[in-house]
Ligand binder design. Sequence first.
Ligand SMILES: Cc1cc2nc3c(=O)[nH]c(=O)nc-3n(C[C@H](O)[C@H](O)[C@H](O)COP(=O)(O)OP(=O)(O)OC[C@H]3O[C@@H](n4cnc5c(N)ncnc54)[C@H](O)[C@@H]3O)c2cc1C
Length: 328
Amino acid sequence: MSKKIWVIVESKEGKAHPVSWELLGKARELAGPEDELGAVVVGYKIDSVAQEALEYGATRVYVLDAPVFAYYRNLPFREAIVQLAKKYTPDIILLGATTLGRDLGSAVATSLETGLTADATELALDEKGHLLATRPAFGGNIMATISWPEHKPQMSTVRPRVFPLPQKVATPQGEVIQENIELKEEDIPVKRLEFIPKEKGVNLEYAEVIVAGGKGIAEKKDFELLFELAKLLGGEVGASRAAVDAGFIGYEHQIGQTGKTVRPKVYLGFGISGAVQHRVGMQESDYIIAVNQDPLAQIFSIADLGLVGDLYQILPSLLKRIKELKES
Ligand SMILES: Cc1cc2nc3c(=O)[nH]c(=O)nc-3n(C[C@H](O)[C@H](O)[C@H](O)COP(=O)(O)OP(=O)(O)OC[C@H]3O[C@@H](n4cnc5c(N)ncnc54)[C@H](O)[C@@H]3O)c2cc1C
């Protein structure tokens, strides 16, 4: 029997969050030729996002385009998706595990009285086509695969970057369905009075270059060297859990099973042993450079370039050389 797999496309001011396309790519992989690959696009003036959804392979794009969806609020977005889901009965609904996706996904699941696996890091289907969502549980001590075949839709939020950005399809074949729901601005108690953009935070998941430090860094102040290198290379600073636990840097920089998943073009690790819990968060990086004084460090097993040596000699030399090259 054919299935309907939906992805809720997250967008802001007419620009889609890449996690939505990562999920469409994964859904394409999971779907059979008869299955519907649905993209739900809710917003205001979002034609280009709907078009992009087709280009990423959606076979049906459900569009709700109205001023009440101009910015994210739980109530109108939840209502929109709940009403669509009741009308079209999808089997599976996927969202990015972003701030918006977590807020919206849990509200939709509650309204539809179904289950949701939060923060999944792997998705599969069983032989009957039921969703199997895997995520770290009990502080990352086990990987739990969760399934609840008796309720539909089966829902999951999925961490950004665990799946690659797919190629666009050569000739988009899908159809766009314009939908409407009866919802007036007066019915929505939450209003946006002012918009204050937040200061630039850490964008680890989508950084092209990551300079990461581990417990091989002796002191908190030495992380400044990593920030300097990241700035020179136009990248972000990441860290192992040991460095975060030592108080050298904030949790938002942590890479790994209980941190963030990253896929930069270049990952440079300084004084990181390469424990499996760290590797699962960065092993999909395109090019891995590791600096460690222990030739047997596990990080070298996945490194494209390994430098055995003292990071306190290598890092300053590297900084000096890059500065010289930039100045010349
Ligand atoms: C449930 C669970 C979840 C976890 N989740 C995560 C996670 O999300 N992310 C994560 O990173 N870890 C996680 N961990 C921890 C993980 O198991 C490791 O303990 C951690 O990754 C080790 O960090 P590290 O490599 O910085 O430190 P260490 O293992 O202490 O390694 C330090 C490395 O630095 C090298 N070194 C020391 N001095 C120098 C120097 N001067 N020059 C060059 N090299 C030097 C050493 O040879 C060594 O290899 C988790 C663990 C558990 C049990």
